[in-house]
Design a protein around this ligand. Sequence first.
Ligand SMILES: [Zn+2]
Ligand SMILES: [Zn+2]
Length: 272
Amino acid sequence: MTFWIEPGGRRLYCKFKRRIRRIYTTKVSLPFTFKIQDTESSSERLVCLVSSRVDYHMEAYWGVRICDVLKVLKQSSIPEELLLKECCQHVDIFSSSTSHDEKYIVLSRPESFVALGPPPRDSYPLLVILKRDTPGTPQPVDMLALISLIHVKDSLCTLPTAILAQYLKNADGSIWYMEKLYFPSGEDGVEQKCVVCQNFPLSRVILPCRHTCVCAYCFRRLKACPMCRTPIKSYFCVCSEDYMQNLDKPGHLPFANWLHNKLTNLHRWIFR
Ligand SMILES: [Zn+2]
Ligand SMILES: [Zn+2]
């Protein structure tokens, strides 16, 4: 480490290598998906796209009080349906279904539904739970339910119909908030490349902005996200970074990066 001392001897400056903390994550696969098919859906009829890899059933709660939702979901000992029934206007419990690929399911607003009034509101229009029908005792890490809080467009709040938040509930009662990752726009199914070098795969998610846009090689040279300029606080990886092991092999780096490396090393050698 290099130090600089002020001539008056009052302050000490030091140069240290900036460390950006890596967050270690575990990849899990979700048993369910739930999407809104038509964001212009009316408040009477909502078309959803649902898939599941396990046997499950669906519960739809209309007009759920916001202040009660998280309180209810954190209860691990009592089934949600018993508590949510007390704080919603109407509940529809669908019959059990076996696993299936994506299919459309239409949710219809109950006739007894009382309009929620102008925003700000104290209730969510709709809460949908996809709940696993688990025979026997589930393992603590098994995902039991996908919970989606949904805004449904109506005449007083004309924002498009959208999923406001999604939570996963494990068999041990823990609740996980699902946050979106942001990828550069590109064709579906085509491996996307780092937005800086256009050579290596996207492998790092920058935090706190959650842009997934760079490779490990370019990440080392960045202080801010190249998409939004937010200072980088930490990161995690979304795929293997084996490609970093081949960096020293000739022809693996694009010429511009190779030249940049050489010039950087030369600069360090002259001004160290
Ligand atoms: Zn790169
Ligand atoms: Zn960003």
